[in-house]
Design a protein around this ligand. Sequence first.
Ligand code: SF4
Length: 380
Amino acid sequence: MSEQKWTYEAIKELYNTPLLELVFRAASVHREHHNPREVQISTLLSIKTGGCPEDCAYCPQAARYFTDVEENELMSVEQVRTAATRAKSLGSSRLCMGAAWRNVEDGEEFDHVLDLVRTVNELDMEVCATLGMLTERQAQKLRDAGLYAYNHNLDSSEDYYKEIISTRGYEDRLKTLDNARKANLTLCSGGIIGMGESIDDRCKMLETLASLDPVPESIPINALVSVEGTPMENVQPISIWEMIRMVATTRIVIPTTTVRLSAGRTEMSIEGQALCFMAGAGSIFAGNKLLTTPNPEMFKDLEMFHLLGLTPTEPYAKHEKPAVSEKEEVPETEDKKHKWSRPKHRIEANVKYTKLGKQRRKAQQNTDAEKKLKESKAQS
Ligand code: SF4
């Protein structure tokens, strides 16, 4: 069901409401639609790290930039079961598995991901995945394996998206969300603030999310974590007040969604996070890493919950657990014909850091080769 129709002008007016009044309004809306004492703990697990062909300016997993991220192949079923069991024992009711892919490709790797989904579903956790662009048939296969939610962030407004990514278009994002929705998956889609976007961009992104029918069940709000080696390495962190404002505005514009406090929590004090919960955040991501960027330790989060009188949400509090169907062949539809876009417009910072990445990798290879030579000389 779609909610109240919002224009971006109305969202902007709301966003600019005096802060305490905005928080009060958001807290009131939150109480009408959610239990304010419950906050869901979700764990984000990188099941395949690094080596991504895309050029997202904020992302250390993009293969073209030179960062500290170590590439890892897909995790095994046992590794994922162990990580999920541990996360569950520490209060997580949702596990989001992330793979650094441009889009899902049919084949062995995707079949393995389906096994991972079945494994986590068996543990009675909400299973979410973020695997890049997705066709309707692939979404259906994930749903049949027991996937609960698909994450695909809009990141920012359509205009600003072009300033940060040149390897795919905004319409691809919307198409993937639509495909996931057609397969009856719940949607998780939000954005990142602090990438240099304007307030207009933030409000336009919320306008787009609010226009989806039905609206996403989950909206992560991330604060940029600038990582060395990416085009955004020198961007300064945003203030907590901007985060609170964004959480509160999202809460009011889309009252039924779960607003998720996502990346950037290491920079936030407990007081700042408490205000975010007051303003309607209903979930945190736990674990000491968020894909590849730092996150507070799980035990610290549990202490914060105790201090603030919060309890972790049970799984499937809002929607039923998806049944796992037998491995039926989902018929091929128009899927095969679909081509994802490659706009390839020029983003100066991305081009510069791609060149720097090449140079730094070359220098690293030379250093490694020299080191090896010295070691072998010392041995002989
Ligand atoms: S954000 Fe996702 S798609 Fe973009 S470079 Fe990182 S892993 Fe790839």
